[in-house]
Design a protein around this ligand. Structure first.
Ligand code: NAD
Length: 555
């Protein structure tokens, strides 16, 4: 079995740090990924490269790529190097983009089986995944906002019911504990339960619902917090919870429900049987999985009816359940629209940085910088303190930190200074999740319920990618959905390396401000007042379609 570990230290294998940092990130997503032997990073099928020969050609090409050349990747396969110029991206990548009527799960699976395409997730093929932490802060912000909105922030004695302890899902119990909320996370795979326990995300693992509920109740009585992993199938456990007198306070799910063939274990099926049937009877598996999701959604609606706060956490559970006949699945709200959009309207989103030296001392310098740079937003320093205390280093030392318009560039330029004057031992790579203000169109997740009805308009991520290329980011990627996300998802990814140079500071400022600038414009255009105010207050963005000035001009 083939393993990959990211290079550490200050010795370059490539012509420049820009290429070296990207190469280390490719290695890193496999180091921290779920099934590196299959090149799968997370979310059931999200891959870093099409196949091992492609991986080998990418790494070999990055080692020889010059500072005026750009490597072109087509769905995880390196297809060529073209002469560009020093300020251009070093890597351009497009993954699984199909014309509209080809965007079906059936066509995706058939082409992927023949090795003709792959799904790149969001941050898998763009080499930006940093492990559980990437989604940890998002989950933490989400639970914190929900608790604030519904319980006035008082979480003592309350508990979360959820499912899935995969690459993303295992952030759930840790985020809940950081907030002071107990949790029961249902997971079908004992190996995933063991991994989450070993990573410190769970306090205990139990085999039956009674023991899980008893542990949560004991924690409540003693004023403690319990993170319980429960071995079971969500399609069976959620209805069993709904049948009990005891009610969870918050209910959601993070199984890989978006993929009915590979992501959700049908009820009544063992893991081995599932693996076999996926090959021999895939349609039967999909039908049984969707029926299970409908049962789970039915239970979630029942729990909502008895007063629990219930939302979908971006895994397409509702649309799958609806296909299986759960007509009221969309009575469950989406997490984005309800809780996170107000932040996106200010350009605040899932920014992150990676110390490509691999040295934890470099991360400490970056943490100190972030904690001191934004006194006007004390929640930033509070998050950094929480993350330092609770987030184990996974792979190359990295920090996810939700920063907004101009804040990201302020942080990156300060880090660039620290590279130049030697406070950092090596360059830093800055990136973000694709689920960011301008970067994603997904009418069932990121852009659900836009006030102007523009939920499915995918011009924005395409414009974002063009803008990132125009402003000189180091890697720019355009992804579209595979499997269950087919026809629903278009996104753009960006990575940029702070190498300490003066020219680099300028590129960091240009690219990062353009990225969030487009984000606030996108939400202002959709009709959000907060976003309009953010655009009007930004010195570096002009809203040419601003109704306030347009009507005067038009008149
Ligand atoms: P993953 O494939 O790594 O893990 C899914 C886990 O669910 C696995 O451990 C699997 O054993 C478990 N599981 C599957 N069916 C089950 C069932 N019926 N009962 C109990 N456990 C079951 O996926 P992931 O990377 O953790 O992602 C989870 C989902 O979240 C995906 O759909 C992903 O696309 C989505 N996602 C959402 C966000 C967001 O911002 N909210 C971000 C990233 C990913």
């Amino acid at each position: 079995m083939r393993g990959v570990r990211a290079q550490r230290g200050t010795v370059l294998r490539c012509a420049q740090w820009r290429q070296e940092a990207l190469l280390r990130m490719l290695e890193n997503v496999l180091e921290v990924g779920q099934r590196p032997e299959d090149l799968v990073v997370y979310a059931a099928l999200g891959k870093a490269a099409r196949d091992w020969p492609s991986f080998d050609r990418i790494t070999a090409t990055l080692r020889t790529l010059r500072g005026d050349e750009t490597l072109i990747l087509q769905s995880g396969r390196p297809v060529g190097v073209v002469r560009t110029f020093p300020g251009a991206p070093r890597v351009l990548s497009a993954v699984n983009n199909m014309v509209g009527s080809w965007q079906t799960p059936e066509r995706f699976y058939a082409m992927a089986d023949k090795g003709m395409t792959m799904w790149g997730g969001l941050t898998a093929a763009a080499w930006q995944y940093i492990g559980r932490q990437g989604v940890l802060q998002g989950t933490y912000e989400l639970l914190r906002t929900a608790a604030e909105r519904h319980f006035g922030g008082a979480v003592a004695g309350r508990w979360l019911l959820t499912a899935g302890l995969g690459g993303m899902g295992s952030a759930q119990p840790l985020a809940a504990s950081m907030l002071g909320l107990s949790s029961v996370t249902v997971e079908a795979d004992p190996a995933r339960l063991a991994a989450a326990g070993a990573a410190g995300a769970l306090d205990l693992v139990v085999e039956d619902l009674g023991a899980a509920l008893a542990a949560v109740e004991a924690a409540r009585r003693s004023g403690a917090v319990a993170a319980v992993g429960l071995r079971g199938n969500a399609a069976e456990v959620f209805p069993a919870v709904a049948a009990q007198a005891v009610r969870p306070d918050i209910v959601t799910d993070q199984t890989a429900a978006h993929d009915a063939r590979y992501g959700y274990l049908p009820p009544g099926m063992g893991l081995d049987q599932w693996a076999l049937l996926r090959e021999t009877a895939p349609e039967e598996v999909e039908r049984a999985a969707r029926a299970g999701m409908a049962a789970q959604v039915g239970a979630m609606l029942a729990l909502a009816g008895s007063g629990a706060v219930v939302f979908e956490n971006g895994n397409n559970l509702r649309v799958q359940a609806e296909r299986a006949g759960a007509a009221d699945a969309f009575d469950i709200p989406g997490f984005m629209e309800r809780y996170l959009r107000p932040l996106f309207c200010r350009g605040i989103g899932p920014f992150r940085w990676v110390a490509v030296s691999g040295d934890p001392a470099d991360l400490a310098v970056l943490d100190n910088l972030a904690a001191s740079l934004f006194p006007e937003r004390p929640e930033v320093a509070a998050w950094i303190a929480l993350a330092r205390a609770n987030v184990p280093v996974q792979g190359l030392p990295a920090r996810s930190c939700w920063l907004g318009h101009n804040e990201r560039s302020r942080m990156a330029v300060a880090a660039n200074d620290a590279v130049r004057d030697g406070r950092l031992s090596a360059p830093v790579l800055f990136t973000r999740d694709h689920l960011d203000a301008a970067a994603m169109t997904h009418p069932l997740i990121g852009t659900e319920g836009m006030p102007d009805g523009s939920d499915g308009v995918s011009d924005w991520p395409l414009l974002d990618a063009m803008l990132m290329s125009a402003t000189g980011a180091d890697l720019v990627a355009v992804h579209a959905g595979g499997g269950g996300y087919s026809g629903f998802m278009q996104s753009a990814g960006v990575s940029i390396v702070a190498d300490g140079g003066a020219e680099c500071a300028e590129r960091l400022r240009r690219a990062l401000d353009a990225d969030t600038g487009l984000g606030i414009l996108r939400y202002a255009e959709a009709g959000y007042g907060d976003a309009a105010a953010a655009v009007r207050g930004a010195a570096d963005v002009t809203w040419t379609n601003d109704p306030a000035t347009r009507s005067a001009d038009d008149a």
